[in-house]
Design a protein around this ligand. Structure first.
Ligand code: SAM
Length: 250
């Protein structure tokens, strides 16, 4: 997958491709991350990319030009006539696991990061296929949102994760939150006496471990994000596990 981000802060965005899972995915040629700075296409001496908002009010708005030229350049960089073009914006649809799965099927993405009060709506109406938000809060710019999107999508690409199975149990993949994880030592004193790892995880009984993990995933989803359960059809066994979890909490 080829990704090109239109941004005033290229260094910030490129850092996402230098570390961890994404860094390895780039090394393996599974994904490439490129940037285009709209300022490079500004024609005035000050390289202006913004202007005052019509109707008055505070802040500045990113102008249609040179952003439009920058988007065209980004499209050429990733190859192809009209790669999916996404504007990262607080007013967009939520970026969810399902959206990330859908985007992971695209051969190329152009991501547009806004700054200031945002981008002239006429550009978004014509050049952008969808607007995505990473949460109900306002960032100073779309770069961090673009990085979040790239990370969430790239880790879904076949071969991106060292152990492909690890993505299968991640939160949201099957609609549930992940179960809790533990590693050595078996007991640890955090200042209030020793806390042990749940015993079932030490016994080597794989069926019992699977059952415990499923119960924890169901229970934590019920306790923390009950709305996620509304969209799921639980099996009889799931319902049994959930009532066991609820009974244990009571
Ligand atoms: N006036 C805009 C609003 O209230 O929605 C906020 C503009 S914000 C200061 C500047 C840029 O940050 C936006 O153009 C957008 O690209 C990005 N941004 C802010 N919050 C975001 C979010 N939750 N998700 C994605 N991008 C966001």
């Amino acid at each position: 997958m080829k990704v090109c981000v239109v941004t005033l802060f290229e260094g910030l965005v490129l850092a996402v491709s230098e570390h961890g899972v994404l860094g390895r995915a780039v090394e393996r040629g599974l994904v490439s991350v490129d940037t285009v700075d709209p300022r490079a296409f500004a024609t005035d001496v000050h390289r202006t990319v913004d202007d005052r908002p019509y109707g008055g009010g505070p802040g500045m708005v990113m102008r249609v030009e040179p952003l439009r030229t920058a988007i065209a350049q980004a499209r050429r960089r990733v190859g192809g006539q009209r790669p999916k073009t996404i504007y990262l914006g607080a007013a967009g649809q939520p970026l969810t696991h399902e959206v990330a799965v859908r985007l992971a099927r695209e051969p190329a993405l152009v991501l547009v990061s806004g700054r200031y009060e945002g981008v002239d709506q006429r550009l978004l109406d014509v050049e952008v296929d969808e607007e995505l938000s990473i949460g109900d809060y306002v960032l100073s710019g779309g770069e961090l949102a673009a990085m979040v999107l790239i990370d969430a999508v790239a880790r879904l690409l076949p071969g991106a994760l060292g152990n492909a199975a690890s993505a299968g149990s991640d939160s949201f993949v099957d609609g549930l939150l992940d179960w809790p994880h533990y590693t050595r030592p078996e007991a640890v004193d955090l200042g209030d006496g020793e806390v042990a790892v749940p015993e079932v995880l030490l016994g080597g009984n794989h069926a019992a471990i699977e059952r415990w993990r499923r119960k924890q995933a169901l229970g934590r989803t019920w306790a923390r994000r009950p709305e996620l359960l509304q969209g799921l059809t639980l099996s009889d066994e799931d319902r049994q596990l959930l009532s066991e979890y609820q009974a244990e909490q009571a």
